[in-house]
Ligand binder design. Structure first.
Ligand code: FEO
Ligand code: CA
Ligand code: CA
Ligand code: CA
Length: 592
C-alpha cells in the first residue's frame, strides 16, 4: 500500500503508483502544463511546426529537439519574479527515426539522412532561450519574445583559456584556433554567480567520422573519446567539417563547457577550455568561503571521472564585468576516493607529477585537451558514470548522480563506487570542509564522501540503500539529474528505469536531512520512452519545470508508428520532446 503521506518525510504529496504508460502522470493535487514542444516557434518568422515539412531554415527559428538542461532567469533581470522569465534550454541530440517520415527505426535511421535532413538535425541541436509567462495560472511560451534566441551548431562562438589558439584547435575555416561554429550534444548544465548559463558538451564523438579516426595523428586521442570512423550520425558524409579526413582538429573544439549570457541575445558564447575536455554532463557552481568559485563536473561514461575547477581569483559580487573571464584562470582537479569516507582532489597542472613532455603534455593546452589521459596518469577514481552534479546550498554538500555501471566487477568495487554490477546507480554526497556551517571550503583539496541512496528495488536488488520507510513505489533506478528546492530537498530525475527496472522514468523527491533523509517518493512519471531532465524551480518554489526528453524512444518505434504520440496525441504527429511546468492546484509550493 502507498502511504497517503510520507511518514517522517516533509513531502506531503500522495505518491504515484508505478506504471508504464503512453501518458505522463503527476501526483494528485498537481497539474502538468506543456510549455513548449520541439518545432514550436521561438524567433519571429518561425514557421509553425509541420510534421511533414521541417526545414533547416525553419528549425533554426523553432524550438530544438531533445530538451535537457533547464534554467529559469526572471524578467526583469535581477528580480525574483516567478511568473515571467527566460527559460534557457539545452537540446542534446535528435531521434532521427521520430523526426522524419520513411527513415526506419532506431539509431540506424541517423545513417540514412539526406543532406537536407542532416541540416535540420544540425539546427535542432544547441540551445533555446525563450520567454515564458504564467497568466491565469497557466504557463505559456512567448514566440518572438525580445530576448528569445536560438543557439545551434552554426552559431559563432569564441574559444578561451589555455587551449585557445593552440595548433590542435586550428582548422581550415579557423586558422586562429579561437573561433568555432556551434555546440554539440549539450546535456546538463549550470550557471555562474555572475548571471551566465553554462552548458556541457557531452557525446560530441557521435558526430565526427572518417578513416583518420584510426590512422590520423590524433587517433589515440580520438580513441580515448570514442571517435570512430563510422559514427551513428551521417553528418560527416554531407559536411566537410565533420569529416576527420578533411578537418582532423574539429573534434578538439568540442567536449568543453560553454558559457553564455541569457539576457543578451547578441552576446557571443564562449568555450572555457580551462575546465577540461571530456564528455561533460553538467557543471554546478559553489562559492567557497574565500570567494573563489568551484565548478563540479561529471564525465559521463563508465569508469570516467569526477572533476572540479577552482577559479584563481575570487568572485566580485559588486562588479559583473570583473567576473567575465573568471573561468579562464584556475586549477582543474580530478577526484580520488579513499577508504573511511575520505577523498582528495588531484590537480591537473602541467609540469606537476607525470603531466610533462615525456608523457606528451607540452603545455596546459595538452592537459586540458586530453584531460581524461591526464587524469588516468594521476590515478583518479573511475566512477559509475557521473551524470549531473549539483550543489545543495542548504547543507553545503555536492550531490553526484552516478547513473549505473553494470560492468563494474567485485574486484573493482571500492570507495565512492561500492557496488559491483551497479545496474541501478547511486547518489553520492561530496562533503567539503565546513559543509553545514555556512563557511564551506569548496577550494579545499580534501573532502569527505557518503552514499545518499543506492538505487534499485529494496529486497530484490543487492546493496540498495534508502530510508527504511521508503514505500514499495518509492524506489528508483538510474538517477541522472537533480535539483534542490529552497528547503534543500532533493528532486531526482531518472534515465533508464524502463530498461533496467521495468518502471517509468520520473521524478522522486526526498529530504536530505532530518528524520526523512533518503526517503524517496515518486512524484512524476514520464511517458513511454522518455527520460526526465533539467528539473528547475522558480525562485518561489511554486513551479517545477521539467524537460521530457526522447518520448517514444523504444525498440521498434518509428515516425509512422511511434510507441507514444505524447504530448499532442494527434494522428500523423510523432511524439515531441517538450518542456512542461508542474504547479500545485492550490497555488502552493511544490512538495509543501
Ligand atoms: Fe546526456 Fe549523460 O546524459
Ligand atoms: Ca539525455
Ligand atoms: Ca543526462
Ligand atoms: Ca543519462
Amino acid at each position: 500500500p502507498v502511504p497517503e503521506r510520507g511518514g517522517p518525510s516533509t513531502l506531503t504529496f500522495p505518491e504515484l503508483r508505478q506504471q508504464l504508460s503512453q501518458h505522463h502522470a503527476v501526483a494528485e493535487g498537481y497539474e502538468a502544463q506543456t510549455v513548449i514542444r520541439w518545432g514550436d516557434p521561438v524567433l519571429d518568422g518561425a514557421p509553425p511546426y509541420d510534421p511533414m515539412a521541417q526545414t533547416a531554415a525553419g528549425q533554426a527559428r523553432q524550438f530544438g529537439y531533445n530538451c535537457d538542461y533547464l534554467d529559469f532567469w526572471p524578467l526583469p533581470a535581477g528580480s525574483r519574479n516567478s511568473d515571467h522569465g527566460l527559460l534557457c534550454v539545452n537540446h542534446e541530440y535528435t531521434n532521427t527515426n521520430l523526426m522524419f517520415a520513411g527513415i526506419g527505426e532506431g539509431r540506424a535511421a541517423r545513417g540514412r539522412t539526406t543532406a537536407a535532413q542532416a541540416a535540420v538535425e544540425i539546427e535542432a541541436h544547441g540551445m533555446s532561450v525563450v520567454e515564458v509567462k504564467r497568466e491565469g495560472g497557466t504557463w505559456r511560451s512567448v514566440p518572438g519574445g525580445a530576448m528569445n534566441r536560438r543557439i545551434t551548431m552554426n552559431t559563432p562562438m569564441r574559444i578561451s583559456g589555455p587551449a585557445a589558439g593552440h595548433a590542435r584547435l586550428r582548422t581550415n575555416a579557423d586558422a586562429t584556433g579561437t573561433r568555432v561554429l556551434g555546440t554539440l550534444n549539450n546535456c546538463a548544465g549550470g550557471n555562474t554567480p555572475w548571471g551566465t548559463v553554462i552548458t556541457a558538451e557531452e557525446n560530441f564523438n557521435n558526430y565526427f567520422g572518417g578513416a583518420a579516426a584510426t590512422t590520423g595523428a590524433e587517433a589515440a586521442t580520438y580513441r580515448r573519446y570514442g571517435i570512430i570512423a563510422e559514427p551513428s550520425y551521417a553528418w560527416f558524409r554531407h559536411f566537410e567539417r565533420f569529416n576527420l579526413d578533411r578537418e582532423p582538429n574539429e573534434p578538439n573544439r568540442f567536449g568543453w563547457v560553454v558559457e553564455y549570457d541569457p539576457y543578451d541575445p547578441t552576446s557571443v558564447p564562449v568555450k572555457r577550455t580551462a575546465l577540461g575536455r571530456f564528455k561533460h554532463e553538467g557543471a554546478t557552481h559553489a562559492i567557497g568561503s574565500d570567494g573563489r568559485v568551484a565548478f563540479y563536473m561529471g564525465d559521463d561514461e563508465r569508469f570516467e571521472y569526477l572533476y572540479k575547477f577552482v577559479t584563481a581569483r575570487p568572485f566580485n559580487p559588486n562588479d559583473r564585468a570583473a567576473n567575465r573571464d573568471l573561468m579562464d584562470e584556475g586549477t582543474l582537479y580530478v577526484a580520488k576516493f579513499e577508504e573511511r569516507g575520505r577523498m582528495r582532489w588531484l590537480a591537473l597542472t602541467h609540469g606537476e607529477g607525470p603531466l610533462n613532455a615525456a608523457n606528451g603534455f607540452h603545455s596546459q593546452a595538452d592537459v586540458v585537451i586530453e584531460a581524461r589521459r591526464a587524469a588516468d596518469l594521476l590515478g583518479a577514481t573511475p566512477m559509475d558514470r557521473p551524470e549531473d552534479v549539483e550543489t545543495n546550498k542548504v547543507n553545503g554538500r555536492v550531490y553526484v548522480m552516478l547513473t549505473n555501471n553494470s560492468r563494474r566487477t567485485a574486484q573493482q568495487a571500492g570507495p565512492g563506487n561500492p557496488r559491483a554490477n551497479n545496474v541501478h546507480g547511486h547518489v553520492l554526497e561530496v562533503i567539503p570542509p565546513g559543509a553545514g556551517t555556512g563557511r564551506v571550503d569548496h577550494a579545499a583539496t580534501e573532502a569527505r564522501w557518503e552514499v545518499f541512496i543506492a538505487a534499485g528495488k529494496p529486497g530484490v536488488d543487492p546493496g540498495t540503500q534508502y530510508h527504511r520507510a521508503t514505500s514499495d513505489q518509492g524506489w528508483l533506478s538510474c538517477p541522472d539529474n537533480i535539483a534542490f528546492d529552497s528547503k534543500g530537498r532533493a528532486w531526482i530525475a531518472t534515465d533508464g528505469a524502463p530498461e533496467f527496472a521495468g518502471i517509468a522514468d520520473g521524478i522522486w523527491a526526498a529530504d536530505t536531512s532530518g528524520h526523512g533523509r533518503g526517503l524517496t517518493r515518486c512524484f512524476y512519471q514520464a511517458p513511454t520512452g522518455a527520460e526526465v531532465c533539467g528539473p528547475c524551480f522558480t525562485p518561489d518554489d511554486r513551479t517545477l519545470f521539467l524537460a521530457i526528453q526522447h518520448p517514444g524512444e523504444d525498440t521498434g518505434s518509428t515516425y509512422e508508428n511511434p510507441s507514444t504520440r505524447w504530448p499532442d496525441f494527434e494522428a500523423g504527429r510523432p511524439p515531441r520532446p517538450s518542456v512542461i511546468a508542474i504547479v500545485k492546484r492550490d497555488g502552493g509550493e511544490i512538495g509543501s
